[in-house]
Ligand binder design. Structure first.
Ligand SMILES: *[C@@H]1O[C@H](CO)[C@@H](O)[C@H](O)[C@H]1NC(C)=O
Ligand SMILES: *[C@@H]1O[C@H](CO)[C@@H](O)[C@H](O)[C@H]1NC(C)=O
Length: 322
């Protein structure tokens, strides 16, 4: 699956002369775009997206796909098997999944709501080609300006911690591209590992988090969106905002050792080698120690995970209409 073009994936080839974020890629853009999308960066044993090379620092290979699908399952477990919490009704029409990854959420949503036309957007075309007829995938950078020709009635995003440089602007774009009365829902972390009994203190696990956090923050990524989502939703104009906070123990990681290891490695390898001067071997040692600590029953650590949704206001006088 990975590394092959998905024939159902569309590549967004819009670009304007004024869009400075496209930089040098502008010349010969259309011709080079197709190859850049599939020209994955191979580095330190992992594979990364090609389109807008360097924008996202986690891999897109088979190990990462497996980790993302595991994270989907974990999220369903903590959210009582719900894909979302917003009261969107029984017949959503247009939904978008931002940073869709393997597309697993978008596919599940499309199956649950045959009424909906579902678009999944990601920098990497790593979604399966056998998908329900009402879902399609698009290669695009969700931090670039959106140019969808119609607004959505449900916008969904999750796990964008460490991926966005300007997270609030993304929420503003979601607001701008939602129909009045439509819903937007984000699920995200604060990437802080907590313990209530000091058992994390001076562990390699704590060191791993400190080092990786500092490297992401230093290179300009928003790492702790979870607790900020509610404020951003309010500031851009959403109403009927609902916040659900979950406590997720680190021990919820899978039993599969390989998956645990590649998970620790996935977050750390690119940011530390590209931005913090670490060698591959140094990262590998840190990952091994952090993984060892994650198996230590004396260390009690957990994350916070937030599910936040809000509604775009309806025009005055239509508040009670559907
Ligand atoms: C959202 O829409 C407002 C009003 O049209 C506009 O001023 C703002 O620039 C837009 N923001 C984004 C991020 O698209
Ligand atoms: C692995 O964890 C154990 C405790 O669970 C600890 O005694 C040992 O020193 C750790 N090894 C490494 C390499 O961090």
């Amino acid at each position: 699956m990975i590394g092959e073009a998905n024939p159902t994936i569309e590549i967004d080839d819009r670009v304007t002369e004024n869009d400075s974020t496209y930089g040098d890629e502008l010349s010969g853009y259309s011709a080079s775009l197709t190859s850049s999308v599939l020209n994955f960066r191979k580095e330190n044993g992992r594979t990364y997206h090609g389109y807008r090379d360097g924008a996202y620092l986690l891999p897109n290979d088979e190990d990462e796909a497996e980790r993302l699908d595991m994270l989907h399952e974990m999220t369903l477990t903590i959210m009582d098997r719900k894909l979302f919490l917003a009261p969107i009704g029984d017949s959503p029409q247009r939904a978008i999944d931002l940073g869709t990854g393997t597309g697993i959420w978008a596919i599940d949503f499309a199956e649950q709501f045959p009424s909906a036309e579902v678009t999944g957007v990601d920098l990497s075309p790593i979604q399966p080609s056998m998908v329900p007829p009402n879902v399609k995938f698009l290669v695009d950078d969700i931090e670039a300006d959106w140019v969808y020709n119609q607004p959505f009635d449900f916008v969904h995003a999750r796990f964008l911690a460490a991926s966005m440089k300007n997270y609030k602007r993304l929420i503003q774009q979601a607001y701008n591209n939602t129909v009045p009365g439509g819903w937007v829902e984000f699920h995200d972390w604060d990437a802080v590992l907590y313990s209530e009994d000091d058992s994390l203190k001076d562990t390699a696990l704590q060191q791993y988090y400190d080092v990786v956090r500092n490297a992401f923050i230093g290179s300009g990524y928003e790492l702790d969106p979870g607790p900020k989502l509610e404020g951003w939703f309010r500031e851009v104009g959403f109403e009927n905002i609902h916040v659900q906070k979950y406590v997720v123990p680190l021990g919820i990681w899978p039993k599969d050792e390989h998956l645990v290891e590649t998970g620790f490695e996935a977050s750390a390898m690119a940011v530390l080698t590209r931005y913090a001067g670490w060698s591959k071997d140094e990262v590998t040692v840190l990952v091994a120690k952090a993984m060892n600590d994650s198996r230590n029953p004396k260390i009690h650590s957990f994350y916070h995970f937030y599910a936040v949704y809000g509604q775009k206001p309806k025009p005055k006088g239509q508040e009670n209409e559907n």
